[in-house]
Design a protein around this ligand. Structure first.
Ligand code: ATP
Ligand code: MG
Ligand code: MG
Ligand code: MG
Length: 439
């Protein structure tokens, strides 16, 4: 992409409405524009990162054997009356009437709708296990929308639902989700720690939230510092293997790690004092086993091997796709702007032409652009007629991992300058060497 033809409305001034750095930087980098409290347009740069995050989630869900689909944002109230949640959900639910005076709602989550789909089409245990998911906009009329996309009212969520014959099978699905979530967050350059969460009125203790440590997080968290040494890394895992998935769950959840909702001071006191940590965290996902709560209420049953009809065991599993942009920026930025992890960066490399209109510089930039594109990478070429300082500031703000600076002086010696956004270090090298390094 050539910057002169792109739409990147960067702001020079700090927007006064932004209280935290990720919100400030997303506005300044021209990624989002608020349309109403907690409701945003995703401008091209923000949209690009959102899609990257979605793609990682899709890939990792499908790697785990989960099946993508798409349900609508608007739902009939009738389904929620069946489960009993229409009244229970309260004012976070946006309720709408259509022209026939029918009660509708903008979905805050999809347990009822997916259970309805399941009961309409599945009748035998032979069709299990089954895990369906989608990535769709949700609406929750949050009492205090704030921090930009971190606590929006309209937000993008991946929500997945497993249907299993037995509790053991459903717990395997739970573990598969845990593994796939660990992989997903790491690919986004994030450490998200699974923490014992509150299952609320549903009971049981089979729920974990994934938290990214950040001073601006809304949850208070307590953990054994050893947990931050754990990495999933690039180990191979067989998602069908009950033992392998269970082992990952045990490895990642055996140390103390809880949010304020489930914190137990006596248990925490058993962690060696030098490893006790209290911090703040951003909830970027949650997994849940809730048994037959919805299947019983809504009659989602299958015929078991014994011929008897039995309600299926279910769980639901969510990732805050749009919130993740904020969480990634909270975890990765400096005074000058965003520092995108490679896995989610909107463009791979920025090309800065120090002397637009200089024949040699223009040609060298174009050649770099072509060879980077030919490698299947996505460069952003700042071909505007602007001062070098302004171009550097824009590149630093939008945080691409690499910048290649091209000017007549360097070209005389056959070199360009390659700068790492993360370390700030610059190195002169031939254009070919620079391309090789960013590839
Ligand atoms: P929170 O505690 O932050 O209100 P939640 O527990 O109500 O979140 P879940 O129902 O677990 O949310 O939804 C799954 C994921 O969706 C959350 O882990 C979070 O990452 C994301 N999410 C929830 N509410 C919002 C919101 N208002 N804006 C952006 N993302 C959200
Ligand atoms: Mg909430
Ligand atoms: Mg929560
Ligand atoms: Mg939650």
């Amino acid at each position: 992409m050539r910057l002169s033809r792109y739409f990147l409305p960067v702001l020079k001034e700090n927007p006064s409405e932004a209280q935290i750095v990720s919100h400030r930087l997303m506005l300044r980098a021209g990624m989002i524009k608020q349309s109403a409290a907690g409701i945003y347009s995703w401008l091209p740069l923000g949209f690009k990162v959102l899609r990257k995050i979605e793609n990682i989630v899709h890939e990792e869900q499908q790697r785990a054997g989960h099946i993508p689909m798409l349900m609508p944002t608007l739902q009939p109230a009738d389904l929620w009356k069946e489960s009993g949640r229409y009244d229970a959900y309260g004012p976070e639910m946006l309720r709408i009437k259509d022209r026939q005076d029918r009660d509708m709602l903008y979905g805050p989550t999809n347990e009822e709708m997916i259970t309805d789909i399941f009961r309409s089409h599945v009748g035998s245990y032979k069709d299990l296990p089954l895990t369906l998911y989608h990535i769709q906009w949700k609406f929750r009329d949050e009492i205090r929308p704030r921090f930009g996309v971190m606590r929006g009212r309209e937000f993008l969520m991946k929500d997945g639902y497993n249907f299993d014959l037995t509790k053991e099978d459903a717990l395997h699905a739970y573990n598969r989700h845990l593994v796939s979530y660990l992989r997903s967050y790491e690919r986004m350059g994030l450490q998200a720690i699974p923490m014992r969460a509150d299952s609320g009125p549903i009971g049981g203790d089979d729920t974990h939230e994934f938290l990214v440590l950040a001073d601006t997080g809304e949850s208070e968290v307590f953990y054994d510092s050893e947990i931050t040494d754990l990495k999933f890394g690039d180990r191979e895992i067989d998602f069908d293997s009950v033992d392998q998935c269970q082992a990952v769950l045990e490895e990642f959840t055996s140390r103390y790690a809880r949010t304020d909702e489930t914190h137990d001071a006596d248990l925490f006191a058993q962690v060696p004092a030098d490893r006790q940590r209290t911090a703040r965290g951003i909830e970027v996902g949650q997994i849940f086993y809730f048994g037959t709560k919805y299947s019983e209420a809504m009659g989602a049953t299958v015929q078991g091997p014994d011929g008897k009809s039995t309600p299926v065991h279910m769980g639901s599993h969510g990732i805050g796709v749009s919130r993740l942009l904020g969480a990634i920026i909270e975890a990765s930025h400096d005074d000058k702007g965003i520092i995108w992890p490679e896995g989610v960066t909107p463009f791979h490399v920025g090309i800065v032409n120090l002397k637009q209109g200089d024949e040699e510089a223009d040609a060298a930039c174009q050649a770099l652009y072509d060879s980077i594109t030919a490698l299947g990478l996505d460069p952003l070429y700042d071909d505007r007629n602007e001062r070098a300082g302004g171009k550097f500031a824009t590149m630093d703000l939008i945080g691409l991992p690499w910048r290649i600076t091209v000017g007549p002086r360097g070209l005389k010696n056959g070199v360009v300058e390659l700068t790492s956004r993360k370390t700030g270090e610059s190195e002169e090298m031939t254009p070919e060497a620079a391309v090789e390094k960013v590839a």
